[in-house]
Ligand binder design. Sequence first.
Ligand code: UDX
Length: 422
Amino acid sequence: MAQIAVIGAGYVGLTTAVCFSHLGHDVVCADIDEAKVAQLTRGEVPIVEAGLEAMVREGLEGGRLSFVLGAASAARAAEFAYLCVPTPQGDDGSADLTYIEAAAREIGPVLPSEAVVVNKSTVPVGSTRVVERVLGRDDVVVVSNPEFLREGSAVHDFLNPGRIVIGSDDQSAAVRVASLYIGVTAPIIVTDPASAETIKYASNAFLAAKISFVNAIAAVCDAVGADVKDVVLGMGYDSRIGHEFLKPGPGFGGSCLPKDTRALVHIADDAGYSFDLMRGVITVNEDQFQRVAAKIREMAGGSLEGVKVAVWGLTFKARTDDTRESPALRIVSLLTEQGAEVQAYDPAVKGPVGGVVPANDPYSVCEGAGVLAVLTEWDDFRWLDFDKVAGLMETPRVIDARNLLDKPALERRGFSYVGIGR
Ligand code: UDX
Protein backbone atom coordinates (compact mmCIF):
# COMPACT_ATOMS: atom_id res chain seq x y z
CA MET A 1 0.00 0.00 0.00
CA ALA A 2 1.24 3.48 -0.83
CA GLN A 3 1.78 6.74 1.03
CA ILE A 4 -0.31 9.35 -0.80
CA ALA A 5 -0.51 13.09 -0.27
CA VAL A 6 -3.56 14.83 -1.70
CA ILE A 7 -3.15 18.58 -2.04
CA GLY A 8 -6.53 20.35 -1.90
CA ALA A 9 -9.65 19.20 -0.01
CA GLY A 10 -12.28 20.42 -2.47
CA TYR A 11 -14.73 17.95 -3.95
CA VAL A 12 -12.11 16.36 -6.23
CA GLY A 13 -9.34 16.27 -3.59
CA LEU A 14 -11.58 15.05 -0.81
CA THR A 15 -13.08 12.32 -2.98
CA THR A 16 -9.63 11.25 -4.18
CA ALA A 17 -8.29 11.19 -0.61
CA VAL A 18 -11.13 9.18 0.94
CA CYS A 19 -11.38 6.75 -1.97
CA PHE A 20 -7.63 5.99 -1.95
CA SER A 21 -7.78 5.47 1.82
CA HIS A 22 -10.84 3.23 1.27
CA LEU A 23 -8.73 1.17 -1.17
CA GLY A 24 -6.20 0.67 1.65
CA HIS A 25 -3.59 3.38 1.07
CA ASP A 26 -2.29 5.78 3.73
CA VAL A 27 -3.51 9.22 2.77
CA VAL A 28 -2.67 12.67 4.10
CA CYS A 29 -4.94 15.36 2.65
CA ALA A 30 -3.79 18.99 2.83
CA ASP A 31 -5.68 22.24 2.51
CA ILE A 32 -4.82 25.90 3.13
CA ASP A 33 -8.10 26.52 4.96
CA GLU A 34 -7.49 25.96 8.68
CA ALA A 35 -11.19 25.81 9.60
CA LYS A 36 -11.84 23.21 6.87
CA VAL A 37 -8.93 21.05 8.06
CA ALA A 38 -10.27 21.17 11.64
CA GLN A 39 -13.78 20.35 10.48
CA LEU A 40 -12.64 17.38 8.37
CA THR A 41 -10.47 16.10 11.24
CA ARG A 42 -13.67 15.97 13.32
CA GLY A 43 -15.23 13.86 10.54
CA GLU A 44 -17.51 16.62 9.28
CA VAL A 45 -17.79 17.12 5.51
CA PRO A 46 -18.51 20.65 4.25
CA ILE A 47 -20.13 19.57 0.94
CA VAL A 48 -23.19 17.51 -0.04
CA GLU A 49 -21.74 14.39 -1.68
CA ALA A 50 -23.33 10.94 -1.39
CA GLY A 51 -21.31 8.55 0.78
CA LEU A 52 -18.44 10.94 1.42
CA GLU A 53 -18.96 11.63 5.12
CA ALA A 54 -19.23 7.92 6.00
CA MET A 55 -15.98 7.25 4.15
CA VAL A 56 -14.17 10.17 5.80
CA ARG A 57 -15.10 8.65 9.19
CA GLU A 58 -14.07 5.18 8.03
CA GLY A 59 -10.64 6.54 7.00
CA LEU A 60 -10.14 8.57 10.18
CA GLU A 61 -11.15 5.69 12.44
CA GLY A 62 -9.03 3.20 10.51
CA GLY A 63 -6.02 5.53 10.86
CA ARG A 64 -5.47 5.60 7.10
CA LEU A 65 -6.68 9.16 6.51
CA SER A 66 -5.64 12.45 8.08
CA PHE A 67 -6.01 16.13 7.28
CA VAL A 68 -3.23 18.70 7.63
CA LEU A 69 -2.68 22.38 7.04
CA GLY A 70 -0.36 23.17 4.14
CA ALA A 71 0.92 21.08 1.23
CA ALA A 72 4.49 20.69 2.54
CA SER A 73 3.47 18.81 5.69
CA ALA A 74 1.50 16.31 3.58
CA ALA A 75 4.23 15.85 0.96
CA ARG A 76 7.21 15.08 3.22
CA ALA A 77 6.64 11.32 3.37
CA ALA A 78 4.66 10.95 0.12
CA GLU A 79 5.40 8.40 -2.58
CA PHE A 80 2.63 10.06 -4.60
CA ALA A 81 1.42 13.66 -4.39
CA TYR A 82 -1.93 14.33 -6.07
CA LEU A 83 -2.53 17.96 -7.04
CA CYS A 84 -6.26 18.63 -6.66
CA VAL A 85 -6.31 22.40 -6.36
CA PRO A 86 -8.66 24.71 -8.29
CA THR A 87 -7.88 25.96 -11.79
CA PRO A 88 -10.31 28.89 -11.97
CA GLN A 89 -11.03 30.77 -15.15
CA GLY A 90 -8.70 33.70 -15.74
CA ASP A 91 -9.93 37.06 -17.07
CA ASP A 92 -9.33 36.03 -20.69
CA GLY A 93 -11.12 32.64 -20.41
CA SER A 94 -7.89 30.67 -20.00
CA ALA A 95 -7.32 28.44 -16.96
CA ASP A 96 -5.46 30.15 -14.12
CA LEU A 97 -2.54 28.00 -12.88
CA THR A 98 -1.68 30.10 -9.80
CA TYR A 99 -2.82 27.45 -7.29
CA ILE A 100 -1.16 24.54 -9.09
CA GLU A 101 2.13 26.44 -9.35
CA ALA A 102 1.97 27.50 -5.69
CA ALA A 103 1.36 23.90 -4.59
CA ALA A 104 4.23 22.61 -6.77
CA ARG A 105 6.55 25.31 -5.42
CA GLU A 106 5.66 24.33 -1.87
CA ILE A 107 6.13 20.57 -2.22
CA GLY A 108 9.17 20.69 -4.56
CA PRO A 109 11.81 21.06 -1.82
CA VAL A 110 10.34 18.46 0.57
CA LEU A 111 9.23 15.55 -1.66
CA PRO A 112 11.17 12.32 -1.10
CA SER A 113 13.35 11.11 -3.94
CA GLU A 114 11.52 8.99 -6.59
CA ALA A 115 8.14 10.51 -5.67
CA VAL A 116 5.49 10.84 -8.38
CA VAL A 117 3.51 14.08 -8.61
CA VAL A 118 0.08 13.57 -10.18
CA ASN A 119 -2.00 16.30 -11.80
CA LYS A 120 -5.66 15.55 -11.15
CA SER A 121 -6.98 19.09 -11.51
CA THR A 122 -8.16 19.92 -15.02
CA VAL A 123 -5.16 21.74 -16.40
CA PRO A 124 -4.41 23.24 -19.80
CA VAL A 125 -2.52 21.05 -22.22
CA GLY A 126 1.15 21.39 -21.40
CA SER A 127 0.71 21.86 -17.64
CA THR A 128 2.52 18.65 -16.76
CA ARG A 129 5.62 20.35 -18.12
CA VAL A 130 4.86 23.53 -16.16
CA VAL A 131 4.64 21.54 -12.92
CA GLU A 132 7.93 19.77 -13.75
CA ARG A 133 9.64 23.13 -14.19
CA VAL A 134 8.22 24.61 -10.98
CA LEU A 135 9.12 21.51 -8.94
CA GLY A 136 12.68 21.73 -10.21
CA ARG A 137 13.45 18.10 -9.32
CA ASP A 138 15.18 15.58 -11.64
CA ASP A 139 14.32 12.68 -9.33
CA VAL A 140 10.54 13.34 -9.33
CA VAL A 141 8.23 12.41 -12.24
CA VAL A 142 5.03 14.35 -13.05
CA VAL A 143 2.09 12.34 -14.37
CA SER A 144 -1.36 13.43 -15.55
CA ASN A 145 -4.33 11.43 -14.18
CA PRO A 146 -7.45 13.49 -14.90
CA GLU A 147 -10.68 13.01 -12.97
CA PHE A 148 -14.11 12.40 -14.52
CA LEU A 149 -16.16 12.75 -11.34
CA ARG A 150 -19.70 14.04 -11.38
CA GLU A 151 -20.72 16.10 -8.39
CA GLY A 152 -23.25 14.22 -6.32
CA SER A 153 -21.91 10.82 -7.38
CA ALA A 154 -18.18 11.52 -7.11
CA VAL A 155 -17.41 8.63 -4.72
CA HIS A 156 -19.30 6.15 -6.89
CA ASP A 157 -17.58 7.48 -10.02
CA PHE A 158 -14.12 7.23 -8.44
CA LEU A 159 -14.62 3.61 -7.42
CA ASN A 160 -16.50 2.63 -10.61
CA PRO A 161 -14.86 4.71 -13.34
CA GLY A 162 -15.61 4.32 -17.05
CA ARG A 163 -11.84 4.55 -17.60
CA ILE A 164 -8.61 5.53 -15.90
CA VAL A 165 -6.43 7.84 -17.99
CA ILE A 166 -2.72 8.16 -17.21
CA GLY A 167 -0.45 10.51 -19.13
CA SER A 168 3.28 10.06 -18.73
CA ASP A 169 6.44 9.72 -20.79
CA ASP A 170 7.81 7.50 -18.03
CA GLN A 171 6.29 4.01 -18.33
CA SER A 172 7.31 2.88 -14.86
CA ALA A 173 5.74 5.96 -13.23
CA ALA A 174 2.54 5.28 -15.22
CA VAL A 175 2.47 1.69 -13.98
CA ARG A 176 3.02 2.88 -10.39
CA VAL A 177 0.05 5.27 -10.67
CA ALA A 178 -2.12 2.54 -12.24
CA SER A 179 -1.30 0.21 -9.35
CA LEU A 180 -2.87 2.67 -6.89
CA TYR A 181 -6.29 1.74 -8.31
CA ILE A 182 -6.09 -1.72 -6.76
CA GLY A 183 -9.54 -3.31 -6.66
CA VAL A 184 -11.00 -0.88 -9.22
CA THR A 185 -12.08 -2.50 -12.48
CA ALA A 186 -11.79 -0.20 -15.51
CA PRO A 187 -9.91 0.10 -18.78
CA ILE A 188 -6.63 1.93 -18.25
CA ILE A 189 -5.41 4.21 -21.02
CA VAL A 190 -1.74 5.07 -20.77
CA THR A 191 -0.67 7.87 -23.07
CA ASP A 192 1.55 10.94 -23.19
CA PRO A 193 0.77 13.91 -20.89
CA ALA A 194 -0.61 16.20 -23.61
CA SER A 195 -3.03 13.50 -24.81
CA ALA A 196 -4.22 12.75 -21.26
CA GLU A 197 -4.87 16.46 -20.65
CA THR A 198 -6.69 16.71 -23.98
CA ILE A 199 -8.86 13.66 -23.18
CA LYS A 200 -10.21 15.54 -20.14
CA TYR A 201 -11.08 18.71 -22.08
CA ALA A 202 -12.43 16.83 -25.08
CA SER A 203 -14.70 14.69 -22.86
CA ASN A 204 -16.22 17.63 -21.02
CA ALA A 205 -16.51 19.63 -24.25
CA PHE A 206 -18.31 16.73 -25.93
CA LEU A 207 -20.78 16.43 -23.03
CA ALA A 208 -21.41 20.17 -23.22
CA ALA A 209 -21.92 19.86 -26.99
CA LYS A 210 -24.53 17.14 -26.48
CA ILE A 211 -26.46 19.39 -24.08
CA SER A 212 -26.33 22.43 -26.38
CA PHE A 213 -27.30 20.20 -29.31
CA VAL A 214 -30.38 18.91 -27.52
CA ASN A 215 -31.29 22.40 -26.30
CA ALA A 216 -31.12 23.58 -29.93
CA ILE A 217 -33.28 20.60 -31.01
CA ALA A 218 -35.73 21.55 -28.23
CA ALA A 219 -35.96 25.05 -29.72
CA VAL A 220 -36.74 23.47 -33.10
CA CYS A 221 -39.37 21.25 -31.42
CA ASP A 222 -40.98 24.33 -29.85
CA ALA A 223 -41.10 25.97 -33.27
CA VAL A 224 -42.49 23.01 -35.23
CA GLY A 225 -44.75 21.53 -32.54
CA ALA A 226 -42.74 18.34 -31.92
CA ASP A 227 -42.16 16.77 -28.47
CA VAL A 228 -38.45 16.70 -27.62
CA LYS A 229 -38.96 13.87 -25.11
CA ASP A 230 -40.04 11.55 -27.89
CA VAL A 231 -37.44 12.96 -30.27
CA VAL A 232 -34.52 12.14 -27.91
CA LEU A 233 -36.02 8.75 -27.11
CA GLY A 234 -36.10 7.97 -30.81
CA MET A 235 -32.56 9.27 -31.29
CA GLY A 236 -31.09 7.53 -28.25
CA TYR A 237 -31.87 4.00 -29.38
CA ASP A 238 -29.24 4.49 -32.05
CA SER A 239 -26.30 3.11 -30.08
CA ARG A 240 -23.97 5.57 -31.81
CA ILE A 241 -25.96 8.41 -30.20
CA GLY A 242 -27.08 6.92 -26.86
CA HIS A 243 -29.57 8.24 -24.29
CA GLU A 244 -27.15 10.01 -21.94
CA PHE A 245 -26.72 13.78 -21.75
CA LEU A 246 -29.63 14.47 -24.05
CA LYS A 247 -31.96 16.09 -21.53
CA PRO A 248 -32.94 19.58 -22.53
CA GLY A 249 -32.90 22.10 -19.74
CA PRO A 250 -31.98 25.64 -18.75
CA GLY A 251 -28.42 25.16 -20.08
CA PHE A 252 -25.36 23.52 -18.55
CA GLY A 253 -23.65 24.96 -15.49
CA GLY A 254 -21.45 23.91 -12.60
CA SER A 255 -17.79 24.16 -11.82
CA CYS A 256 -16.55 22.22 -14.88
CA LEU A 257 -18.46 22.36 -18.16
CA PRO A 258 -18.71 26.18 -18.53
CA LYS A 259 -15.09 26.73 -17.49
CA ASP A 260 -13.64 23.84 -19.51
CA THR A 261 -15.46 24.73 -22.74
CA ARG A 262 -14.15 28.31 -22.54
CA ALA A 263 -10.66 27.07 -21.68
CA LEU A 264 -10.67 24.68 -24.65
CA VAL A 265 -11.57 27.51 -27.04
CA HIS A 266 -8.66 29.43 -25.54
CA ILE A 267 -6.23 26.49 -25.75
CA ALA A 268 -7.19 25.96 -29.40
CA ASP A 269 -6.87 29.69 -30.21
CA ASP A 270 -3.40 29.77 -28.65
CA ALA A 271 -2.43 26.78 -30.75
CA GLY A 272 -3.71 28.48 -33.93
CA TYR A 273 -7.05 26.69 -34.35
CA SER A 274 -10.31 28.59 -34.16
CA PHE A 275 -12.71 26.13 -32.48
CA ASP A 276 -15.93 27.63 -33.90
CA LEU A 277 -17.99 24.53 -33.11
CA MET A 278 -17.18 24.97 -29.41
CA ARG A 279 -17.93 28.70 -29.59
CA GLY A 280 -21.34 27.71 -30.95
CA VAL A 281 -21.87 25.31 -28.03
CA ILE A 282 -21.14 28.14 -25.58
CA THR A 283 -23.39 30.61 -27.45
CA VAL A 284 -26.31 28.16 -27.53
CA ASN A 285 -25.85 27.71 -23.77
CA GLU A 286 -25.84 31.46 -23.08
CA ASP A 287 -28.91 31.84 -25.31
CA GLN A 288 -30.68 29.09 -23.35
CA PHE A 289 -30.72 31.24 -20.18
CA GLN A 290 -32.35 34.00 -22.25
CA ARG A 291 -34.80 31.58 -23.84
CA VAL A 292 -36.02 30.31 -20.47
CA ALA A 293 -36.34 33.87 -19.12
CA ALA A 294 -38.30 34.81 -22.28
CA LYS A 295 -40.66 31.84 -21.78
CA ILE A 296 -41.35 33.05 -18.25
CA ARG A 297 -41.95 36.61 -19.50
CA GLU A 298 -44.32 35.41 -22.23
CA MET A 299 -46.25 33.32 -19.75
CA ALA A 300 -46.59 36.35 -17.49
CA GLY A 301 -48.25 38.18 -20.38
CA GLY A 302 -45.28 39.90 -22.05
CA SER A 303 -43.85 41.90 -19.14
CA LEU A 304 -42.21 40.94 -15.86
CA GLU A 305 -42.51 44.38 -14.27
CA GLY A 306 -43.88 43.83 -10.75
CA VAL A 307 -44.67 40.13 -11.45
CA LYS A 308 -44.04 37.72 -8.59
CA VAL A 309 -42.11 34.73 -9.92
CA ALA A 310 -41.75 31.63 -7.74
CA VAL A 311 -38.53 29.73 -8.45
CA TRP A 312 -37.96 26.11 -7.45
CA GLY A 313 -34.29 25.09 -7.63
CA LEU A 314 -31.12 27.15 -7.41
CA THR A 315 -28.33 24.55 -7.64
CA PHE A 316 -26.75 23.81 -11.03
CA LYS A 317 -28.27 20.32 -10.94
CA ALA A 318 -30.07 18.13 -8.39
CA ARG A 319 -28.42 16.17 -5.55
CA THR A 320 -25.75 18.79 -4.89
CA ASP A 321 -25.67 22.04 -2.90
CA ASP A 322 -23.38 23.65 -5.48
CA THR A 323 -24.62 26.86 -7.12
CA ARG A 324 -21.42 27.71 -9.01
CA GLU A 325 -22.30 28.88 -12.55
CA SER A 326 -25.83 27.70 -11.91
CA PRO A 327 -28.21 28.32 -14.85
CA ALA A 328 -30.92 28.95 -12.23
CA LEU A 329 -29.02 31.94 -10.84
CA ARG A 330 -28.37 33.31 -14.33
CA ILE A 331 -32.10 33.10 -15.09
CA VAL A 332 -33.05 34.65 -11.74
CA SER A 333 -30.83 37.63 -12.46
CA LEU A 334 -32.38 38.05 -15.95
CA LEU A 335 -35.83 38.03 -14.32
CA THR A 336 -34.98 40.60 -11.64
CA GLU A 337 -33.31 42.83 -14.26
CA GLN A 338 -36.69 42.89 -16.02
CA GLY A 339 -38.55 43.94 -12.88
CA ALA A 340 -39.75 40.57 -11.55
CA GLU A 341 -39.99 39.90 -7.82
CA VAL A 342 -38.32 36.51 -7.40
CA GLN A 343 -39.08 34.28 -4.43
CA ALA A 344 -36.98 31.12 -4.48
CA TYR A 345 -36.75 27.74 -2.77
CA ASP A 346 -34.12 25.01 -3.04
CA PRO A 347 -33.92 21.86 -0.88
CA ALA A 348 -30.12 22.23 -0.51
CA VAL A 349 -29.57 26.01 -0.44
CA LYS A 350 -30.32 27.67 2.87
CA GLY A 351 -28.25 30.89 2.84
CA PRO A 352 -28.40 33.89 0.47
CA VAL A 353 -26.84 33.37 -2.95
CA GLY A 354 -26.63 35.57 -6.06
CA GLY A 355 -28.87 38.24 -4.55
CA VAL A 356 -31.58 35.72 -3.57
CA VAL A 357 -32.59 34.85 -0.02
CA PRO A 358 -34.18 31.39 -0.32
CA ALA A 359 -37.34 30.52 1.60
CA ASN A 360 -37.64 27.45 3.83
CA ASP A 361 -40.40 25.68 1.96
CA PRO A 362 -41.61 25.31 -1.63
CA TYR A 363 -45.17 26.48 -0.94
CA SER A 364 -44.57 29.88 0.66
CA VAL A 365 -42.71 31.11 -2.45
CA CYS A 366 -45.84 30.42 -4.53
CA GLU A 367 -48.01 32.86 -2.55
CA GLY A 368 -49.34 35.49 -4.97
CA ALA A 369 -47.00 34.31 -7.74
CA GLY A 370 -47.98 34.90 -11.37
CA VAL A 371 -45.60 32.18 -12.66
CA LEU A 372 -43.78 29.21 -11.11
CA ALA A 373 -40.43 28.33 -12.71
CA VAL A 374 -38.82 24.92 -12.08
CA LEU A 375 -35.10 25.42 -12.71
CA THR A 376 -33.41 22.40 -11.05
CA GLU A 377 -34.55 18.77 -11.45
CA TRP A 378 -34.96 17.93 -7.74
CA ASP A 379 -37.15 14.82 -7.51
CA ASP A 380 -38.88 16.31 -4.44
CA PHE A 381 -40.65 18.82 -6.69
CA ARG A 382 -42.59 16.09 -8.52
CA TRP A 383 -44.45 14.95 -5.44
CA LEU A 384 -45.69 18.25 -4.03
CA ASP A 385 -49.35 19.12 -3.49
CA PHE A 386 -50.15 20.95 -6.73
CA ASP A 387 -53.75 21.70 -5.69
CA LYS A 388 -52.24 23.64 -2.79
CA VAL A 389 -49.74 25.32 -5.14
CA ALA A 390 -52.56 26.36 -7.51
CA GLY A 391 -54.53 27.76 -4.57
CA LEU A 392 -51.60 29.87 -3.40
CA MET A 393 -50.67 31.33 -6.80
CA GLU A 394 -52.29 34.42 -8.29
CA THR A 395 -52.52 32.47 -11.56
CA PRO A 396 -51.54 28.77 -11.80
CA ARG A 397 -48.90 28.87 -14.52
CA VAL A 398 -45.69 26.87 -14.64
CA ILE A 399 -42.54 26.96 -16.74
CA ASP A 400 -40.87 23.60 -16.32
CA ALA A 401 -37.30 24.20 -17.51
CA ARG A 402 -36.30 20.60 -16.68
CA ASN A 403 -39.35 18.82 -18.18
CA LEU A 404 -39.70 17.28 -14.74
CA LEU A 405 -43.39 17.58 -13.93
CA ASP A 406 -46.39 15.63 -15.17
CA LYS A 407 -47.92 17.98 -17.75
CA PRO A 408 -51.39 16.31 -18.10
CA ALA A 409 -51.75 16.08 -14.29
CA LEU A 410 -50.95 19.79 -13.92
CA GLU A 411 -53.33 20.76 -16.74
CA ARG A 412 -56.09 18.77 -15.04
CA ARG A 413 -55.49 20.92 -11.95
CA GLY A 414 -55.95 24.08 -14.00
CA PHE A 415 -52.32 25.00 -14.61
CA SER A 416 -51.03 26.46 -17.85
CA TYR A 417 -47.88 24.42 -18.51
CA VAL A 418 -44.88 25.16 -20.73
CA GLY A 419 -41.83 22.91 -20.81
CA ILE A 420 -38.70 22.94 -22.97
CA GLY A 421 -39.37 21.62 -26.45
CA ARG A 422 -42.72 20.00 -25.71
C1 UDX B 1 -19.10 17.22 -15.18
C2 UDX B 1 -18.73 15.92 -15.93
O1 UDX B 1 -19.91 15.11 -16.07
C3 UDX B 1 -17.65 15.17 -15.17
O2 UDX B 1 -17.26 14.02 -15.90
C4 UDX B 1 -16.46 16.10 -15.00
O3 UDX B 1 -15.40 15.49 -14.35
C5 UDX B 1 -16.88 17.34 -14.25
O4 UDX B 1 -17.93 18.00 -14.97
P1 UDX B 1 -20.63 17.91 -13.11
O5 UDX B 1 -20.09 19.30 -13.24
O6 UDX B 1 -20.76 17.33 -11.75
O7 UDX B 1 -19.72 16.88 -13.94
O8 UDX B 1 -22.06 17.95 -13.77
P2 UDX B 1 -22.87 17.08 -14.85
O9 UDX B 1 -23.67 16.04 -14.17
O10 UDX B 1 -22.00 16.67 -15.97
O11 UDX B 1 -23.90 18.21 -15.37
C6 UDX B 1 -23.42 19.45 -15.90
C7 UDX B 1 -24.56 20.38 -16.26
O12 UDX B 1 -25.25 19.92 -17.40
C8 UDX B 1 -25.61 20.54 -15.18
O13 UDX B 1 -25.99 21.90 -15.11
C9 UDX B 1 -26.75 19.66 -15.66
O14 UDX B 1 -28.01 20.04 -15.17
C10 UDX B 1 -26.65 19.84 -17.17
N1 UDX B 1 -27.20 18.71 -17.95
C11 UDX B 1 -26.63 17.48 -17.86
C12 UDX B 1 -28.27 18.93 -18.82
O15 UDX B 1 -28.79 20.05 -18.93
N2 UDX B 1 -28.71 17.89 -19.57
C13 UDX B 1 -28.19 16.66 -19.49
O16 UDX B 1 -28.66 15.75 -20.22
C14 UDX B 1 -27.10 16.43 -18.61
